[in-house]
Write a new protein. Structure first.
Length: 185
């Protein structure tokens, strides 16, 4: 039995469902930014798989940069504290910025990142989130593009992790309570 089968209670989004929705999001984004210079900013580390697939579906040129922020550490509940680990290297002044996030729950991390980018005087800032967990929202945050609304459960796969494990799963699944994979190291 693969390791993930011991720790993933159920698959809630299949590889096929994700691929189909990513293609739809890319089509919508390409139409919205048809005549604009676009900078896509991935929020590391969880968004990298989503960002790569989304970019491959966009039929237009764009620049790419990354921000790194964390509020989970090795737990399954956000600490509420947002730490910036990597800042932008590109100038976004006067450009249209699309922040690409893996999951938005409390809204704290995203609120901080939008503020950080807006301080750089871009032409606009929009947000594309693969997953939205609105049941946990503490701060109002505008999500311009949403892949899926999911229930308030801790999920892994497709870039999302638990203690740096499970990012490589091609689907999104619910993590069991007391996962064993991370404790075997």
């Amino acid at each position: 039995m693969p390791d993930w089968e011991q720790d993933v209670a159920e698959v809630i989004l299949s590889e096929e469902q994700i691929a189909q929705r990513v293609a739809q999001l890319a089509e919508q984004i390409a139409a919205d930014y048809q005549y604009a210079e676009l900078v896509i900013v991935g929020i590391l580390t969880g968004s990298f798989v989503f960002l790569a697939d989304l970019m491959r579906q966009l039929d237009r040129p764009c620049e790419v940069d990354f921000l790194q922020a964390a509020s989970y550490g090795s737990g399954t509940v956000s600490s509420g504290e947002v730490a910036i680990g990597k800042d932008l290297t590109l100038s976004v002044t006067g450009k249209h910025v699309l922040l690409v996030e893996d999951i938005v729950d409390s809204g704290r991390t995203l609120t901080e990142l939008v503020r950080l980018v807006e301080n750089r005087k871009p032409a606009s800032v929009k947000v594309c989130a693969l997953l939205s967990k609105s049941a946990r929202r503490e701060l109002a945050v505008e999500l311009n593009y949403i892949g899926f609304e999911i229930p308030d459960r801790f999920v892994v796969g497709y870039g999302l992790d638990y203690a740096q494990h499970f990012r490589n799963l091609p689907f999104i699944g619910v993590l069991r309570e007391n996962p064993t994979t991370a404790s075997r190291e």
